[in-house]
Design a protein around this ligand. Structure first.
Ligand code: BGC
Length: 777
């Protein structure tokens, strides 16, 4: 491992290594910001950062509270230093919405504040098994009065519009007045990105004895957001409290004044319903009210029970078991939990780079979803993968317009987006990455091969494949100086340190794959569902001639190879740039993206993230083992891994070519990135692609799983430091459990008809449920 990376990783663990929990045992001001991301909760629809319920007097350096709805954004004009034609006009930024988690507690007039008085006991615990965040504090105020406070919160995974907090207090050595002030604070703004300091206006507030609401509207995009609250109290609390309430123009407050008796526990449950809509005539209030009414009838305990049940179903499919390393066991569960929380599942939203756990990257969806998160779902929860692809299908029209903007045919998916339009103001870091089209096409194929979802391919998938393929045909051209091969000029592969190059190998190979899949699927659907096919080609004006043209061009695509070095050149100019080994760059200058002018980066053979190496994973059947080794040896010393998307992919290829130590070291750089905060930026929000990458690194790296041409392969081995590991995947409707231990692997068919795959060179067929086979590694 490089010194730079080793140093980043060589930190004291922030959390105890617990199999199902992340625990904070002491409140430390310095950890607060990271914890806001680590303890964030979400359900794909909405996300709440792990900010404390009570006011926390920190600056934006130490606290950035946030509540977001996936896909709810503000649009501001992009300001360009220098203008050029056809640049995107408006950005899209996820918006920090009302804080409904606010609850302050007073003993008489003394406010509970972690920075004052004494914390006698403190524990916050994210329970991954149940999907619940608990906090328990024993606090003594400046007059020696001691209180026990217990707070549980959840964002319901089975009711997407519901969040809830159970707030409990017990005076330990006194009797007297306790006031619990619960609120919805609509006076909020973004911490980053938006110029407009007040992007939201409050349309209405209303407060009744225990219920009330606040209605927001986004000034630029007109989204309306309703937050409806209902408070439930236990008998004891009801009997002893008086409720005061007030609504101002930007917040609603309830104050529960309790005549508290020493040793008695008082409980208030805050059930919150959140809903939004963008249509002028519609009001999200009634939907939010209905959600709250239903959830309140069930009560907090039932919400907890539902959450536990939901999580237990999830873990049935996605739980990876690692024996022999507790830190990794914890990491797998933490990552899988956050992936779940981040994922929009309604076909209208997707997975943002930071999930719904922070404002960084503006809540944008990138290729991260299709290339890093989608495989996680395709093999474990295929129905979610389908919905992620439906998001792309539902934004095809915007992608068509985006292609038009670039004088291209078909559809060009945006590099960064929320609403389907390109949201980036820096085309050399965005639009130039045309490869996103092929990444989406690759994901369409992956999902289809794994699920055999014919309906999806006929109604949605094929249209995406054809429209993305059309873009390539119009982008590329036959270049005489390249033996008249079909080339793609002025592009950028995944390595963002090399934009505007000709014939990036990843791009060319993946474009060929995109065309090839479009042609094959067109032929298949034409044969299987001729009526569907006819109606599709009519609606998108696709002709037999165009199909023929695609067939021809895909054979002519230039696939770079350097005879001299016997490697795959990353692009036409890469090998002619100034060679540099990253070990020669001083640590202070890394990551380069933050320290070097782009023009400096561009003149060196320096790589931000896996590019040719990623290609050797996605289309690994097109490369010999020898070529993989040569490519790895050439590119590895030139890669800074300045993107968290990189180490997982290097780990996978290192595992494949037998570089065991490197495979392990790169794996370790990916698995606990947020938990151990290697990049010191976890506070910004979790790294969802890296989390998906961890799963890929286990299943495709150590277990060597591949799927090519509709067939499944395993080449498993066990890292020396572990005793065993186990995971489950779905393939064509069957669920398979794979357990890898010292020198054998057990394949067990959990459900489904029959499964066939290859273990190294041996064909394995499991015909019936519960049948298993043990094979030697
Ligand atoms: C990476 C991109 C990625 C983006 C969002 C960038 O640093 O280079 O590949 O899509 O982050 O995660």
């Amino acid at each position: 491992m490089r010194a730079y990376h080793a140093k980043k990783m060589n930190k004291e663990a922030n959390y105890l290594y617990q199999a199902w929990k992340i625990t904070e045992n002491e409140f430390l001001v310095d950890s607060n910001h990271q914890n806001e991301a680590i303890f964030s909760l979400g359900n794909g629809y909405m996300g709440l950062r792990g900010t404390l319920e009570e006011d926390y007097p920190g600056s934006e350096e130490t606290t950035t509270p946030g509540f977001y709805i996936n896909g709810v954004y503000a649009a501001e004009e992009i300001i360009y230093g220098e203008k050029a034609p056809n640049l995107p006009q408006k950005g899209q930024t996820i918006v920090n919405l009302a804080d409904w988690s606010e609850i302050n507690l007073y003993i008489n007039e003394e406010k509970f504040n972690l920075l004052k008085g004494k914390i006698l006991d403190y524990q916050r615990e994210l329970n991954l098994k149940k999907g619940i965040l608990n906090r328990e504090i024993i606090w003594e105020d400046r007059q020696g009065r001691k209180l026990k406070i217990k707070i549980s919160r959840l964002i319901s995974l089975s009711r997407e519009h519901i969040g809830a907090i159970r707030y409990q207090v017990k005076p330990l050595n006194f009797s007297g007045k306790l006031s619990i002030n619960s609120a919805v604070n609509g006076d909020v703004s973004n911490h980053h990105h938006l110029r407009e300091k007040k992007p939201l206006k409050v349309l209405a507030t209303k407060v009744e004895t225990k219920t009330g609401y606040l209605l927001h509207q986004l000034k630029t995009t007109k989204f309306k957001i309703a937050y409806v609250v209902e408070h439930l109290m236990d008998e004891q609390t009801k009997a002893r409290s008086e409720i005061k309430k007030r609504a101002s123009n930007n917040r609603v407050d309830w104050i529960f004044e309790i005549k508290a008796a020493e040793g008695q526990l008082y409980t208030i449950d805050k059930i919150v319903g959140v809903n939004h809509c963008q249509k002028k005539a519609k009001n999200p209030l009634s939907a939010a009210r209905a959600s709250v009414a239903r959830a309140s009838i069930n009560g907090f305990e039932n919400l907890v029970a539902e959450q536990t049940k939901f999580m237990s179903g999830y873990w049935q499919d996605v739980d990876v078991k690692i024996n022999g390393d507790d830190s990794l066991q914890q990491a797998f569960r933490f990552n899988a939990f956050h992936i779940l929380q981040a994922t929009g599942k309604d076909g209208q939203t997707s997975v943002a780079a930071k999930g719904i756990s922070g404002e960084h990257y503006e809540g944008h969806y990138f290729w991260d979803t299709e290339s890093y998160v989608l495989p996680f779902y395709a093999f474990q929860r295929p129905e979610v993968a389908r919905n992620l692809l439906l998001f792309r299908y539902n934004t095809l029209d915007q992608a068509r317009k985006n292609a038009d903007r670039m004088k291209l045919d078909g559809a060009l998916f945006p590099w960064r987006t929320i609403n389907g339009q390109e949201a980036s103001g820096f085309f050399m870091g965005s639009t130039v990455q045309y490869h996103i089209n092929a990444d989406i096409a690759y994901a369409v194929n992956l999902y289809y091969q794994v699920s055999r979802d014919q309906d999806f391919m006929e109604n949605y998938g094929l249209e995406i494949l054809i429209e993305t393929a059309r873009m390539w045909i119009s982008l590329g051209s036959y270049i005489p100086m390249r033996d008249n091969q079909f080339c793609f000029n002025v592009v950028c592969g995944p390595d963002e340190y090399k934009p505007g190059v000709n014939n990036n190998a990843y791009t060319n190979y993946m474009a060929k794959f995109n065309l090839d899949t479009a042609v094959k699927m067109a032929q298949l659907i034409k044969a299987k569902a001729p009526e569907k096919y006819e109606s599709l080609i009519k609606s998108i004006n696709f002709s037999e001639n165009e199909l023929k043209n695609m067939k021809e061009i895909k054979e002519d695509i230039y696939l770079p190879y350097s005879k001299e070095l016997e490697i795959t050149p990353q692009d036409d100019s890469f090998l002619y740039k100034d060679p540099i080994e990253i070990d020669s760059i001083s640590e202070a200058e890394l990551p380069l993206v933050k320290n070097w002018h782009p023009l400096i980066i561009w003149r060196y053979q320096v790589i931000k993230q896996a590019d040719v190496i990623l290609l050797m994973l996605q289309l690994g059947n097109k490369f010999s083992r020898e070529l993989k080794i040569r490519n790895y040896d050439y590119y590895e010393p030139k890669t800074t891994h300045d993107s968290s998307l990189s180490p997982a992919i290097y780990s996978i290829i290192a595992a494949e070519i037998g570089y065991k130590n490197q495979a392990y070291n790169y794996f370790m750089q990916t698995a606990r990135l947020d938990l151990d905060d290697y990049n010191e930026n976890a506070y910004q929000g979790v790294h969802t692609a890296c989390m998906g990458g961890t799963w890929l690194a286990l299943v495709q790296g150590f277990a060597g799983m591949r799927m090519f041409n509709n067939k499944l392969y395993f080449h498993p081995h066990l890292p020396d430091k572990w005793d065993s590991y186990q995971f489950r995947i779905y393939f064509k409707g069957s669920q398979l459990e794979v357990t890898v231990s010292q020198d054998k692997v057990k394949y067990l068919l959990i459900s489904g008809q029959k499964i066939e795959f290859k273990h190294y060179d041996q064909i394995v067929i499991l015909e019936k449920n519960n049948l298993s086979q043990e094979l030697k590694i």
